[in-house]
Design a protein around this ligand. Structure first.
Ligand code: NAD
Length: 509
């Protein structure tokens, strides 16, 4: 396994400053919010976190902007998103560099994340002319019954570190064309990319004549998020992060009868059937399990392999795992960059200790890398572990590159194992047997929000709705009709008959 040289923290600091300058961001430095980089694990510079007063001011401004934005025709609202998409195209490389500095993504994945933002902008611009309601056949003569969609209000977006910009854009591009205004609380681990996105959107708003306060940014940690969660002016809290966070946020928003859209942790599995094309499966599995250093919500964490092909598949995976390049995410040959923090590495080692104590066996990987060059960073070889049963540790989401291999004999057994976890985000089956594929996709198959055939669990397109069931929170974002979460439907009845006819044949007076 090769390791590639790391840039210095000074280089990374200079790069971040240069990219922010090109985008046009002026950074207000402070003490209470450190910006750091997982590439070296070191401090870049200090920023200022939002205070309670800042939150109050931002919510008041976003609410006031909503009052004009909600009646701006939706295709005009699309103008600001179209301009944002153009600016993202122009600054794609700059933003990708910031994503790499802050989240540690390899270049191709960082560029992919920005591309996802561009794609959702295109989608949302089209959507701005397609916010359709339905007319419904009325039982009463001379009546028109219809469903009309209206904006909700201020949307509070709370996002996770691992998709520092794409998740924001899924919510924001769609919420803006729906007529909502947005207040964003990004992960405290990724404030620089947030400053860059906010600046580009503010510029798009200015250039298209939209109110500046259609979008506000609040940097900070959990305490700032909690202020959004509890404020009745926030009509929808769209929160992406761990299931632990969702368990805190969901009930608090519900207690004030607010709406929430929760995108939480996953524990995604792939079934590999006897008929699977193993070349295709190996490529897909390695990208899904080791890509993004195992830090996607859709990362493949469990592999459920038919006993007849288990040895052949494991042999191939072991060989590929043995030569995965781990190192600087800026190096074009690297496939596995750093984990976000040494705490994430500790979580990986804790899970590994537990699973080994239960009889699991490491097949490949698991060694820490670059510890001498960058002691504050967390580089690791992705780990492949064989387990003979699905114990508690396998049923948890460890947000690091650890893939558990289980075996099965019948498809029923594989599906039962597959669904026997608290989370329900993404899933896949590798098979050439159409019957097996259809069973997996049926109501008796995968219980996840995303179910794939002959594709890994990660790497969704924006056109489909994204989200999962059970402990993943039940939210849907991005494409399809996910926009409905950002609007409210009013059922309207118009009587043009000139006489009063009551529904259900009721007579009165
Ligand atoms: P996290 O839960 O630590 O933090 C996520 C965000 O929530 C941060 O902005 C944080 O400040 C905020 N937060 C935390 N507690 C809060 C509270 N009580 N009230 C309000 N805000 C609060 O998650 P993370 O470590 O940044 O991200 C990794 C997790 O996110 C993984 O579990 C991953 O699966 C999940 N994730 C899910 C999706 C999805 O779409 N389902 C996408 C990306 C990440």
């Amino acid at each position: 396994m090769t390791s590639t040289a790391l840039p210095t923290t000074d280089d990374l600091r200079a790069l971040a400053r240069a990219r922010l300058r090109t985008i046009g961001v002026r950074v207000t430095e402070g003490e209470d919010l450190p910006a750091r980089t997982p590439v070296t694990g070191e401090h870049l510079f200090g920023l200022r976190a939002a205070t309670e007063d800042d939150v109050e001011e931002a919510l008041a401004a976003a609410r006031a902007a909503f009052l004009t934005w909600r009646t701006t025709p939706a295709p005009r609202r699309g103008d600001v998103v179209r301009r944002l998409g153009e600016l993202l195209r122009e600054h794609k490389g700059d933003l990708a560099d910031l994503v790499t500095v802050e989240a540690g993504k390899i270049r191709s994945e960082a560029l992919g994340e920005v591309q996802e933002m561009i794609d959702i902008c295109d989608f949302a611009v089209g959507l701005s002319r397609q916010l359709y309601g339905r007319t419904i056949a009325s039982e009463r003569p001379g009546h028109r019954l219809a469903e009309t969609w209206h904006p909700l209000g201020v949307v509070g977006v709370i996002s996770a570190f691992n998709f520092p910009v794409a998740v924001w854009s899924w919510n924001t591009a769609v919420a803006l064309v729906c007529g909502d205004t947005v207040v964003w609380k990004p992960s405290e681990l990724t404030p620089l990319t947030a400053l860059a996105c906010h600046h580009l959107l503010a510029r798009a708003a200015e250039e298209t004549g939209a109110p500046g306060d259609v979008h506000r940014l609040l940097l900070g940690g959990r305490a700032v998020g909690e202020l959004l969660v509890d404020d009745p002016r926030v009509a929808l809290v769209s929160a992406t992060g761990s299931t632990r966070m969702g368990r805190a946020v969901g009930p608090r928003v519900a207690a004030r009868f607010g709406r929430s859209l929760l995108e939480l942790g996953g524990n995604n599995a792939a079934i590999v059937a006897p008929s699977a094309d193993l070349d295709l499966a190996v490529q897909s599995i390695v990208f899904a399990a080791a890509g993004t250093a195992g830090q996607r919500c859709t990362t493949l964490r469990r592999l459920i392999v038919h006993r007849d092909v288990a040895d052949a598949l494991v042999e191939r995976l072991t060989a590929v795992y043995g030569r995965l390049p781990v190192g600087s995410p800026f190096d074009g040959t690297t496939l596995v960059g750093p984990l976000i923090s040494t705490a994430a590495l500790d979580a990986l080692h804790a899970a590994l200790d537990r699973v080994l104590a239960e009889g699991g066996k490491v097949l490949a990987g698991g060694n820490r890398r670059l510890a001498e060059e960058a002691p504050a960073a967390a580089y690791t070889e992705p780990v492949l572990v064989r387990v003979d049963r699905q114990t508690d540790v396998v049923r948890e989401e460890t947000f690091a590159p650890i893939l558990y291999v289980l075996t099965y004999d019948t498809l029923d057994e594989a599906i039962a194992l597959h669904n026997d976890v608290p989370q329900g985000l993404s899933s896949s089956i590798f098979t050439q047997d159409q019957r097996e594929a259809e069973i997996f996709l049926s109501a008796a198959g995968s219980d996840c929000g995303i179910a794939n055939v002959n594709i890994g669990t990660s790497g969704a397109e924006i056109g489909g709705a994204f989200g999962g069931e059970k402990d993943t929170g039940g939210g849907r974002e991005s494409g399809s009709d996910a926009w409905k979460a950002y609007m409210r439907a009013a059922t309207t009845t118009v009587n043009y008959s000139g006489t009063l006819t009551l529904a259900q044949g009721v007579s009165f007076l």
